[in-house]
Design a protein around this ligand. Structure first.
Ligand code: AMP
Length: 411
């Protein structure tokens, strides 16, 4: 199939050709025609599947046909769970509309940057707002933004929005949007919680999903290496040198371990840095830019880098610490092997991780062979599954839940 089989404008088709998008991805094949037909859609898609262009292309096609007004009105609102994803989505709108005679004005609204500047941009008038929910509500509270002319509401990575407890913010945003609008909703899963949230947004969405075996791309080679916990860092160093790994994203369990190990690797002479939520927005953007330009070769990151990050030159992802959920596993390893390229995902597995990893394999419907590296063989015991349910993200009781239970017991 080619993009020309959709009735997209010739400017868009030329642009796609120029940036090397030769044929639509499976998700684009299914979603673009539905959006062009003004349908509401609920799409099950991972990052890396080409989902951004699946909504950006038909929206830009429609915007091009809109009569021009002196001051633009907001016609498109895209909500995303993270600042990085917001900036990336805005960039895709700008890249794909680059040849338009009158380019749509795209404004990003995210925390960590000057709210004053964002207010000025909104007041000047814009066509497309890409935002995270918290900062958008700050701007709404100042009564400086109107969605009266909104045509499209896009919710990107709805599952992550729920994980991050953005439900209330989302509900508050829905209250200020016009009833008549087209809704395009994207989520990695269709859990009952997601479907419940979706029912508050639209009753008519057409569900689209791509079979799960298409979500871990075939060009991605997954390796699972058994190692003693104490030897993980030495093994990582060994692998980087002996296998000449170059542009590597390493996932750690927490912010402090990112900083510690990055410092250690710098001492060993590697170009290494850390990336996590304690950095300011400027630091986050600068670090990503340096990693993109390959001034940083090894980036030690928390799960904030697991979603949305689109750096096509990443050749290797390492799970130094295991992800908490199977969805996080898929997202993390999806940072490599992007846009048809090949990539390597290495997971380091120590004795205490075996049971949890088994569960991740089961949920991802995969079964991977475990290997050992000479000189780093595992001598630790495999720790047996504790009784009761395993600690899965989202299922664990929160502090609030425990407090509530305690209050009920005491009352
Ligand atoms: P996304 O899932 O939207 O994050 O996209 C993942 C990557 O695929 C991005 O680097 C896009 O630039 C790239 N991409 C999206 N659609 C296509 C396409 N039709 N052909 C080639 N690359 C694409």
């Amino acid at each position: 199939m080619s993009f020309s089989s959709f009735s997209l404008s010739s400017l868009l088709l030329n642009r796609l050709h120029n940036i090397g998008f030769n044929s639509p991805t499976p998700i684009q094949e299914k979603v673009i025609p539905l959006v062009l037909k003004s349908e509401d859609v609920l799409v099950q898609a991972q990052t890396g599947s080409g989902k951004t262009a699946a909504f950006v292309l038909p929206i830009l096609h429609a915007l091009q046909k809109e009569p021009k007004t002196k001051k633009p009105h907001i016609k498109v609102l895209v909500l995303t769970p993270t600042r990085e994803l917001t900036l990336q989505v805005a960039e895709v709108f700008k890249t794909l509309s680059q040849d338009f005679e009158q380019k749509p004005k795209v404004v990003t609204i995210i925390g960590g940057q000057s709210i004053g500047e964002q207010l000025i941009q909104v007041q000047k008038g814009c066509d497309i707002v890409v935002a995270t929910s918290g900062r958008l509500l700050d701007i709404v509270a100042k009564k400086q933004i109107s969605f009266a002319h909104l045509n499209y509401f896009v919710l990107d990575e709805a599952d992550k929005m729920l994980d991050l407890n953005f439900t209330e913010e989302l509900e508050n945003i829905l209250k200020i949007l016009p009833q008549k609008r087209q809704n395009l909703l994207f989520s990695a899963t269709f859990s009952p919680k997601i479907l419940d949230m979706v029912s508050k947004i639209t009753q008519n969405a057409i569900q689209v999903s791509i079979k799960s075996d298409e979500t871990i791309v075939k060009t991605l080679h997954q390796r699972i290496i058994q190692v003693n916990k104490a030897n993980k860092s030495a093994l990582l160093r060994h692998l980087i040198v002996s296998e000449k790994l170059e542009h590597i994203l390493v996932f750690m369990a927490n912010k402090r371990s990112c900083d510690n190990i990055a410092q250690k690797f710098r001492k060993y002479g590697f170009n290494a840095d850390s990336f996590h939520g304690d950095l300011t927005q400027e630091e986050r953007m600068l670090t990503l830019e340096e990693f993109k330009n390959q001034d940083i070769h090894i980036l030690f990151a928390t799960d904030i880098a697991a979603r949305g990050l689109d750096i096509q030159t990443i050749t290797c992802v390492v799970n130094y610490d295991l992800p908490r959920s199977s969805a996080d596993y898929v997202h993390r390893i999806g940072r490599t092997a992007r846009a048809g390229k090949s990539g390597l995902a290495i997971t380091l597995l120590c004795g205490e991780d075996f049971e949890h990893f088994k569960l991740i394999e089961k949920r991802c419907n995969i079964c991977l062979q475990k290997e050992e590296i000479e000189g780093f063989e595992m001598s630790e015991e495999i720790i047996a599954k504790p009784k009761g349910n395993p600690p899965i993200k989202g299922k664990r009781k929160s502090k609030k839940d425990k407090l509530r239970e305690k209050l009920v017991k005491e009352s």
